[in-house]
Design a protein around this ligand. Structure first.
Ligand SMILES: Cc1cc2nc3c(=O)[nH]c(=O)nc-3n(C[C@H](O)[C@H](O)[C@H](O)COP(=O)(O)OP(=O)(O)OC[C@H]3O[C@@H](n4cnc5c(N)ncnc54)[C@H](O)[C@@H]3O)c2cc1C
Length: 325
């Protein structure tokens, strides 16, 4: 019997100058303390040679990290060759205040913004009320950004529906509005069952939305925290995942091996099903993400070949997911 070879087994080096076919981006959060700053920069330094498409820096709830987001983004611009994407939310600020942040990013040389509505000031679960003089939602913010500058804009997407959204259709309407306003890419909330992503992608394409929908991958650094976080943002945690981490509460070394295996399994299955772009929620830690990127064929750019591992893809493939839409 002749089985079709799996795409993920075909990790190969590219020749000089050949375009890269697997693209990754890494998400970081702005550090609160000097120690966290050190961890973040160790992670950035380790991951940078993998030449991500971009690295994004989150914006704290209610704009609480505005200064730290800005200074982290500026340091990335000043000290690395990476392309930073600054997250920005609409929460608790007037349009004027947000416009000032957008302008300051543009002046600093930022060319990519991840535009979000953000969570209510009182926390997830509260009813979201836009600031009376602020941007009403993420689509409104995308339009505001595009009025001020032609920076690249990415937005969020929710394979399992955003908890505020009454229906999947309403969720898709919002995604369509964000894309109509100028968003070039959607990045998904994390998920653990790949079928959820593909089912969602089918609905996105059926709705006529054709931008790349890049899967957000969360390597599970801490299962308990992941579960709590998932409950707040409407992502499901399958029983099989809980079982894999069961009994390892006091065994960090094994937990890490399991986390790498879980993330590898998820990402390689996505590759086998045609995905070429990945956004990693790094939690400011490099090890798991570095290992998974290695499996994806990515190698530090200083290696002799100067190339990156990649998968052979059919001609005519668009950024994001091939063979879909
Ligand atoms: C890739 C990614 C990055 C993120 N980065 C950050 C970050 O840096 N900082 C941060 O604070 N948060 C971040 N978040 C979380 C995000 O802010 C929250 O999920 C927030 O609740 C929704 O913001 P949004 O832009 O996704 O919302 P939107 O896309 O505007 O809306 C999401 C859904 O909620 C529905 N909805 C929106 N407003 C209402 C309303 N008033 N009533 C009823 N339904 C409504 C919409 O119809 C839509 O279906 C991120 C999420 C993702 C997926």
């Amino acid at each position: 019997m002749h089985a079709e070879p799996r795409a993920s087994r075909f990790v190969q080096r590219l020749g000089e100058g050949e375009p890269r076919r697997i693209r990754v981006s890494f998400e970081f959060f702005p550090p609160k303390t000097e120690e966290m700053e050190k961890t973040l920069w160790e992670s950035i330094t380790r991951l940078a040679p993998l030449k991500p498409n971009f690295v994004s820096v989150t914006y704290g709830a209610g704009g609480s990290t505005r200064e730290r987001t800005h200074s982290t983004v500026k340091r990335i611009l000043g000290e690395t060759a990476l392309t930073p994407a600054a997250h920005l939310t609409c929460v608790a600020a007037t349009c004027e205040e947000i416009d000032a942040v957008i302008r300051s990013y543009c002046t600093a040389g930022v060319r990519h913004i991840v535009a979000l509505r953000g969570d209510p000031v009182g926390g997830v679960g509260e009813r979201y009320a836009p600031h009376p003089a602020g941007y009403r939602n993420a689509a409104d913010l995308v339009a505001g950004i595009k009025r001020l500058s032609d920076v690249e804009v990415s937005v969020s997407a929710y394979p399992e529906k955003h908890p505020d959204s009454p229906t999947v259709e309403a969720d898709l309407d919002m995604l369509a509005a964000k894309v109509d306003a100028g968003a070039a890419r959607a990045i998904t909330q994390f998920f653990f069952e790949n079928d959820l992503y593909f089912r969602y992608l089918d609905r996105v394409r059926a709705r006529g939305i054709d931008v790349p929908v890049v899967p957000g991958i969360l390597p599970v650094q801490n299962f308990k925290q992941t579960k709590a976080f998932a409950a707040r943002c409407g992502a499901s945690v399958p029983d099989w995942l809980a079982e894999r981490f069961e009994g390892l509460e006091e065994d960090a070394a094994t937990r890490k091996l399991i986390a790498a295996a879980v993330a590898a399994e998820q990402v390689l299955d996505l590759v086998d099903r045609g995905v070429t772009d990945f956004h990693f929620y790094t939690m400011n830690r490099a090890d798991l993400v570095y290992a998974v990127c290695h499996l994806l064929g990515l190698r530090p750019s200083h290696e002799a070949s100067g190339g990156h591992g990649a998968l052979p893809l059919p001609a005519g493939e668009r950024a994001g997911v091939r063979g879909v839409g």
